[in-house]
Design a protein around this ligand. Structure first.
Ligand code: ATP
Length: 931
């Protein structure tokens, strides 16, 4: 018998062929067995650069090749020792570069894995969330709107399910899916409506299916080679630095040529001058800059992960530092998303609910007296709707634990109630179980036939259930929206027409709950006529009977208030955008300090009435947007951007994706977010917490400042090296530094200390000033001046130390060597002092030099390496050094300290004077006022 194709099989056949029960899923043993046959559910990766190639790449730099050529030349001329040492140094430099780049690549790959998608799978009768890589054919997967289809799947159950398949078929409109058999054998992909294809996106509804193909066997796998692009993400800063690097190469080369020409003109031997020139060019060209920038970015990103922020797009690390507005969801991001129903309104009566969390412990009270549910038809119906129009589950987790290591008398039994699903729905289940209504037994009495899932556009959810031969529609959702779909109301146990006065009563009750920061849900129902067909939400959600309201608390997250205050100090505005009711939103905004005096709260309806110009005119005053639909979010982002803001925007639902994409920093929720929003985002909050955004912004600012710090250090060092040589040649002095010494300085001072600056701690006032402009030049805020001024000073002081030593006995044999050693020591020490200066935007005296222990270690090891070159005898002939005496060290250290300490003292003095003038001005002003 010829085997049918997947789309031709019915669900029974499918289960049989795949050897799985749709209610149970596979067992772990079956999964293991299937995996040995089918492998992993992944598309084969594009080619990676091998470590050997990465290592060899370190030597393809033009100047390094020139240096090797020159070294070879000097070897031919008999300078073997020099040649070997230079080659060794080049190798060491290459190893350092390789380690930096390898680390950078590895951390970037690790990041990619972190944001790898998960799938909801039924195994051994339990629903688990696992990485999609672990799926095998036969797995039963559950999907909902916003999920990416994790493998090729034959649908078994679908509820209003649409899938966007453009990645595969090019069709950008979502296609609706079903689970019926398709009888024709040859059907185009686009028409295989009962199959879900890997990589396509579920835009609406829910579905359950059996995995039929995984990894490279899927339809996506077949075209994987076509779509695989390993596009490297380069941040704008990296791009600008690359361009800057090119300018610096030309500049260094020009200056080097000047040094060589001046040297030869003043009588230096051409060959020695050439080698010195090439060494100088190698040292002066900051070839390590891009790698250090990548390492700094990657390490910063690792720190962000520790603080629960996962960066998906590297460029956003830079943008984070510029963020001037954060638009945040309310539920779950600003609040804890731990809902408990505390108030009920039903048929004109207000009730109070006791008990905390999801435990079925508590009572419903009316005028402080427990309620008798048997005689309360309205309340019973409300609880039923809450429990049945619901997809969540509360499970009891019991853990027996024996306290302490010694044996204690009683074992301690802890029971916690774990929610699986949406907290809003969890609160309703907890509510009904407080009154002894078990949702499982209710579920067997009222069988669900159809569901119209909740979506934040409609703000409603409905189910059709059958009960004792009849059918009912149960609906819950935003009260103001739900009321519009109701024609009747359940009042005192009777169904009566919903009059204007009653409607007003419902709205007043809603308002009163909302003003206490409660999130309010309305409930309604309707009995279906025997033959009534319900094909769409619009059919179901009309002519309903309103039942009542349930108000739930959702406490603000404790740490958020402080984070919002931090944002305010850092010049960042926080805006709340929520689907919730305006009054609830405002109450919470007040509690958190979001809404300042004069700040506006706007509803989605009001927003819809404004055109773009009107919105732009107001947008800076608006702090709360309530009852908004996802489409409004896009307008808000665009308007803020038109006003020159750099916008960070959070989102979780599938419809939030366009706004998240449009925002400068799109932020998705790690826990509640859908795959679609995660993929559109540049940052994922693994704890869904607002405070994590602020932590990420802080890290973003710090990373940028650290990059500025080591650029300052490296460039000032290089300017110092070039100028030492240039000034000497201009003044017709002998060579102050020998080629090998230049290369050594470059190796020991540039590498480690610069890297340590990349992981420096932030300055205290990092979050006390406004965000930097998105277009700010990297050399802004006097960085360029600092590089040039310190570079010139380092050059001058090194030369001065050289000249002072040489002057003692200019014609004496060995004095030149001593002077060169002094210049060498001065240059190294000047750079090592200067590295501490680079940590502060003010001066070396403004920060504790021992705070960054990596830097202290790097500097100490550089000092030890330098001392080794001076005092280990076999190294002396290699580096042409001589041991220095007290006088030489004194000259060296004083000269080396001048650029950092003198300028630092100047800045402290300048600062004091400014403050004094400032306070004098204040005194003068106040005298003016009092006069
Ligand atoms: P935020 O956008 O800040 O996360 P939110 O979660 O309140 O806010 P939505 O999820 O769009 O926004 O909810 C909007 C309204 O829809 C809520 O105020 C509530 O009345 C109603 N609602 C929320 N969840 C459900 C649900 N599962 N079923 C029915 N109605 C719901």
């Amino acid at each position: 018998m010829e085997l049918k194709k997947w789309h031709q099989m019915d669900v029974e056949e499918l289960q049989h062929v795949m050897g799985v029960q749709s209610q149970q899923g596979l067992t772990e043993e079956e999964v293991e067995h299937k995996r040995t046959l089918s492998g992993w559910n992944e598309l084969s990766e594009g080619k990676r650069i091998s470590p050997i190639i990465l290592f060899l790449n370190q030597f393809k730099d033009f100047m390094v090749v020139v240096l090797m050529g020159a070294t070879l030349l000097s070897a031919i001329l008999g300078e073997y020792l020099d040649a070997v040492t230079i080659i060794a140094i080049i190798l060491l430099n290459g190893i350092l570069g390789f380690v930096q780049e390898f680390r950078a690549e590895r951390s970037l790959r690790a990041l990619k894995n972190l944001s790898a998608p998960n799938a909801k799978v039924l195994r051994g009768g339990k629903v688990n969330i696992i990485p999609t890589r672990l799926l095998v054919p036969g797995d039963v997967v559950l999907l909902e709107s916003g999920d990416r289809v994790p493998a090729d799947v034959r649908w078994m159950e679908t509820n209003s399910c649409s899938v966007e398949e453009s990645a595969l078929t090019g069709e950008s409109l979502p296609v609706s899916k079903h689970c019926q058999v398709i009888t024709e054998e040859d059907v185009q992909l686009g028409d295989q409506k009962n199959i879900g294809f890997m990589g396509t996106m579920m835009t609406r509804g829910t579905a359950k299916g059996i995995v039929i193909r995984i990894g490279m066997d899927t339809e996506m796998g077949k075209i994987a080679d076509l779509i695989q692009s390993t596009e490297a993400q380069e941040t704008p800063l990296q791009h600008r630095l690359e361009q800057l690097g090119k300018i610096l190469i030309i500049l260094s080369l020009a200056l080097t040529i000047l040094v060589v020409v001046a040297g030869i003109l003043h009588g230096q031997p051409p060959m020695g001058m050439l080698l010195a020139g090439v060494s100088l060019a190698v040292a002066a060209i900051p070839e390590g800059l891009p790698a250090i920038v990548t390492v700094a970015l990657a390490l910063g990103v690792q720190r962000m992960i520790k603080r629960k922020a996962i960066v998906r797009k590297l460029p956003s690390v830079e943008t984070l530092g510029c963020a001037s507005v954060i638009c945040s969801d309310k539920t779950g991001t600003l609040t804890q998303n731990k809902m408990t129903v505390t108030s009920i309104w039903v048929g004109g009566r207000s009730l109070e609910v006791t008990g905390d969390g999801y435990a079925p412990i508590g009572q419903i009270l009316e005028k402080k007296q427990p309620i008798d549910l048997k005689n309360d038809q309205g309340l019973r119906r409300l609880l039923q709707i809450g429990a049945l129009c619901n997809n969540s589950e509360i499970v009891e987790v019991t853990s027996d634990e024996t306290r302490g290591k010694r044996k204690v008398k009683d074992d301690v039994k802890d029971t916690t109630w774990d929610l699986k699903g949406d907290p809003t729905e969890g609160a309703l289940i907890a509510l009904s179980s407080k009154m002894g209504m078990n949702s499982h037994s209710l579920g067997s009495l009222y069988q669900r036939e159809l569901e119209f899932p909740f979506d934040s556009e409609r703000k409603l959810m409905s189910v059709i259930v059958s009960h004792q031969g009849g059918r009912l529609i149960y609906t819950k959702g935003a009260p103001d929206v739900l009321l519009n779909q109701c024609s009747h109301i359940l009042w005192g146990g009777n169904i009566v027409p919903l009059t204007g006065m009653m409607r007003q009563q419902v709205l007043t009750a809603n308002e009163s709950m909302a003003s206490g920061a409660l999130r309010v849900l309305g409930t309604a129902y309707r009995e279906l006529r025997p033959q009534e067909r319900v094909e769409s939400e619009a059919d179901a959600e009309s002519q309903l009977v309103f039942v009542g309201l349930a108000g739930m608390i959702d406490p603000p997250r404790r740490e958020v208030r402080d984070s919002i205050a931090t944002c305010r100090r850092a010049g960042i505005k926080t805006v709340m955008i929520t689907g919730d009711h305006g009054t609830t939103a405002e109450a919470i905004a007040h509690q958190l300090g979001i809404l300042p005096r004069g700040g506006i709260s706007l509803s989605g309806q009001e927003l819809a009435k404004l055109n773009d110009d009107q919105l732009d005119a107001k947008v800076d005053q608006i702090y709360v947007y309530a009852r908004v639909s996802p489409e409004h979010k896009l307008r808000i982002v665009k308007s803020l951007q038109r006003k020159g803001h750099v916008v960070a925007m959070t989102g979780d639902g599938v419809n939030d994706a366009p706004a998240i994409k449009a925002a400068d920093i799109g932020i998705a929720m790690g826990i509640t977010g859908t795959d679609v929003t995660k993929e559109a985002s540049s940052l994922i909050l693994s704890d869904d917490n607002f405070s994590t955004i602020v932590a990420a912004i802080e890290e973003g600012r710090n990373i940028y400042e650290n990059i500025r710090k080591f650029i300052r250090y490296l460039l000032a060092s290089n300017v110092g090296e070039i100028l030492t040589m240039l000034f000497a040649m201009m003044l017709a002095l002998p060579l102050p530094l020998l080629p090998i010494q230049i290369l050594w300085v470059n190796l020991v001072t540039d590498g480690l200390p610069a890297m340590a600056l990349g992981v420096d701690q932030p300055e205290k006032d990092l979050m006390e000033h406004k965000p930097r402009g998105a277009k700010e030049n990297i050399f802004a805020r006097r960085l360029g001046w600092k590089i040039i001024s310190r570079g010139i000073l380092i050059g001058l002081c090194t030369l001065a130390a050289f000249w002072l030593t040489l002057r003692v006995a200019p014609d004496q044999d060995g004095q030149l060597l001593k002077a060169q050693s002094v210049a060498f020591a001065t240059l190294v020490m000047a750079q090592l002092f200067h590295v501490f200066d680079c940590r502060s935007s003010r001066s070396v005296f403004h920060r504790n030099p021992f705070q960054n222990k990596y830097l202290v270690l790097a500097v100490l090891s550089s000092v030890l390496l330098m001392l080794g070159v001076f005092y280990i005898e076999p190294l002396q002939p290699i580096f042409k050094t001589v041991p220095l005496g007290f006088r030489e060290w004194a000259i060296s250290l004083v000269a080396a300290g001048i650029p950092t300490f003198l300028m630092g003292a100047g800045s402290v003095w300048g600062g004091r004077k400014q403050r004094r003038n400032g306070s004098q001005r204040i005194i003068a002003n106040s005298t003016k006022i009092s006069a």
